[in-house]
Design a protein around this ligand. Structure first.
Ligand code: THU
Length: 137
């Protein structure tokens, strides 16, 4: 799976965004280390709080199906589905990444299949709280 192919999958997932309140349509494509892709979109709610981001939709789909070993996630999004800029993962989604991914997990933010940036989890969430900080685990 190339970066370009993963980005294309994130754009496909964005088509399913349920965003009647904000209008921001977001898609994610999460690649496991053994090459499987889980996609996700944002799913909003009239009560606002239950809204789920695209990244977490992808993570929760994967974990709920027994996959929890991840290499890369790609995120795309924009108002009314117009992807004019890079769309960065929110803090809550970064924390979910911290639960399941190591320092070198890659986060791709893309404007198109050819215009993208790659970050690592350690780069976008340094000094993070994780399972190693919970003594009971
Ligand atoms: N959103 C995501 O899907 N991912 C993020 O990382 C940040 C925000 C969604 C949630 C909401 O539906 C919309 O974007 C506007 O915040």
């Amino acid at each position: 799976m190339t970066n370009n192919e993963l980005i294309a999958k994130a754009f496909e997932a964005m088509e399913y965004a349920y965003a009647p309140y904000s209008g921001y349509r977001v898609g994610a494509a999460l690649l496991t280390k053994d090459g499987k892709v889980y996609t996700g979109c944002n799913i909003e709610n009239a009560a606002f709080g239950p809204t789920n981001c695209a990244e977490r939709t992808a993570f929760f789909k994967a974990v709920s199906e027994g996959d929890a070993d991840f290499a890369t996630i790609c995120v795309v999004g924009g108002k009314d589905g117009n992807v004019g800029d890079y769309f960065y993962p929110c803090g809550v989604c970064r924390q979910v990444m911290a639960e399941f991914c190591d320092d070198s997990f890659e986060i791709i933010v893309a404007k198109s299949c050819d215009d993208y940036k790659v970050f690592t989890l350690d780069g976008i969430l340094p000094q993070r709280f994780s399972k190693s900080n919970v003594s009971e685990v």
